[in-house]
Structures are given as C-alpha cells and as structure tokens.
Design a protein around this ligand. Structure first.
Ligand code: IPE
Ligand code: IPE
Ligand code: MG
Length: 247
C-alpha cells in the first residue's frame, strides 16, 4: 500500500495534438504546412517523454472522424504518416522505442496498414518507451469493435456471459495490456475529448494548453507535466494524510 498518490510521475501520457491548421493559417500558410511542422514536434515529444521516464506516450494522429476533411488534406496527412514511419522507424528502433498502433485497421490504405504492422513487428521486443500511435482511431468505434469481440467470445465459448466485467472489456479494447493514461493533454485551447480514449480516460487528469501543436516544445511538455504533478487524484476515495489513494 502506497502512502501517497503517485501523481508526480505519470506512467502513461496521452496527447491530442491539435492546432496545426490554425498555426499555419496564422502564418498565411496552407494547413498542410502546419501538419509538417507538427511532425517535428512529434519527434521532440517522443524524446522528451522518454527522457522524463514516461513508459507510454499515446499520440492522437488521425481520428476516425478526420476522414470528413477535404480530400487533399486527408491525402497529405496519409503522406505524412508514410513519411514519418519510413524516415523515423529505424531511429525509433535504435532508441529502443516500442511502437504500438491503436485504431481501426480496416478502411486504411493497404500500404499504410503494412507499414504500421511492420513498425509494430520490428519494435515488439524493445524495452524503452512505448509509443502508441492512435491512427484512424475513434473511441466509440473501438468500443463497438470490443462489443463485437465479446459477443464472438461468448458465442465461441471462450467467455462466459455472466463473467463479463470491466477487465473483460479492457482486454478487448485496442489498448489491451496498456495501463490507462494518467493524464490527457490537449493543445490548441479546445477543451473536449473528440472521441479519444473514452473508456481509458475515466480517471485521467486533463491538461488543456492554449499553445498550438507546432509550438508544443520541450518546455511546454514539462509545463504540462508540472501541472499534472500538482493535481490530487482520488479515484472516488477521500484524501487524508496517510490514506492511500491511487491505483
Ligand atoms: C491537428 O490539427 C491534426 C489533426 C487533427 C490530424 P488540426 O488540423 O485539427 O488543426 P486545427 O484544429 O484545425 O487548428
Ligand atoms: C482531434 O482533433 C483529432 C486529432 C488530434 C488527431 P480534431 O481537430 O479532429 O478535433 P475537433 O474536430 O476539433 O473536435
Ligand atoms: Mg483540430
């Protein structure tokens, strides 16, 4: 039993990387320029998180609703993901980063699917930080897919319907095996989840920052971590000196 809630050092940080478009528009540039600048910050964020001793960093890269954007922007975002995996995977692997991808694998281009599977396979045995890339990810879609898996497992006799509990659901969402995020950070000033990690963020702390994602540098990341460190997590219990809270 711990005597203090382990608030100061998050094990899992999840980030909604928002504001690329506004960053570009403020400079009179096309939105795609914002996405390009955003990729640089992805590299920096992975390094900063690893240095800070964070075990899991989840980045919301493309939502299941982002297909609603103009075709040109969607195709640019797909191109950037291809570019990032091709260019950065070797270095991530050298730095002992384990890559994991969450989101729906259907309806994405086959070459991207192959790149993502390769990134996971090549880095599977790495022991450093786990970079979780949320791509074509939407929490409601994830929960629907989890519900389908539960039904299949009940029908095939793997799971007893009466034994369905929270652990059974957690084992069938895309993040199975990954601890829940301690903190969800969102840049760009928007204060909403936009269908991100609805199941997993039940007790996460939220840090909303006004800065746009292409401005999210090392200092901004540390600022967010400091804000998290000042929070008191209760998990439904009461706080009192010497009484453990936290999971
Ligand atoms: C986040 O930036 C990147 C993705 C959603 C892929 P946005 O493109 O949403 O930027 P804003 O919110 O329009 O400024
Ligand atoms: C959330 O940002 C998705 C990602 C960061 C990938 P959006 O920009 O898509 O969210 P909304 O539309 O403002 O809610
Ligand atoms: Mg946005």
């Amino acid at each position: 039993m711990q005597s203090e809630a382990p608030t100061s050092s998050p094990r899992h940080v999840a980030i909604i990387m928002d504001g690329n478009g506004r960053w570009a528009e403020a400079r009179g540039l096309p939105r795609t320029a914002g996405h390009r600048a955003g990729v640089e910050r992805v590299r920096e964020a992975v390094r900063t998180a690893a240095e800070a001793g964070i075990d899991y960093l989840t980045l919301f890269a493309f939502s299941s609703e982002n297909w609603r954007r103009p075709e040109e922007e969607v195709s640019d975002l797909m191109g950037l993901l291809r570019f990032f995996i091709r260019k950065d995977l070797a270095e991530l692997h050298r730095e002992n980063v384990r890559v994991k991808v969450i989101g729906c694998r259907q309806s994405i281009q086959p070459d991207i699917r192959a790149l993502l599977i390769d990134a996971e396979d090549r880095t599977r045995d790495n022991t450093g930080i786990t970079l979780v890339i949320a791509f074509n990810y939407g929490a409601r879609d994830e929960l629907v897919r989890a519900a389908r898996k539960i039904v299949q497992d009940v029908q095939s006799g793997v799971l007893d319907a009466a034994a369905i509990d929270e652990a059974a659901v957690s084992a069938r969402v895309d993040t199975a095996g990954i601890p829940d995020p301690d903190v969800v950070i969102r840049t760009s000033g928007e204060q909403r989840l936009s269908n991100f990690l609805l199941w997993q963020a039940a007790y996460s702390e939220f840090v909303f920052l006004p800065c746009l994602w292409p401005d999210f540098d090392r200092a901004a990341f540390h600022e967010a971590l400091a804000e998290y460190a000042g929070r008191e997590r209760r998990f439904g219990a009461v706080s009192a000196p010497g009484i453990a809270v936290g999971s």
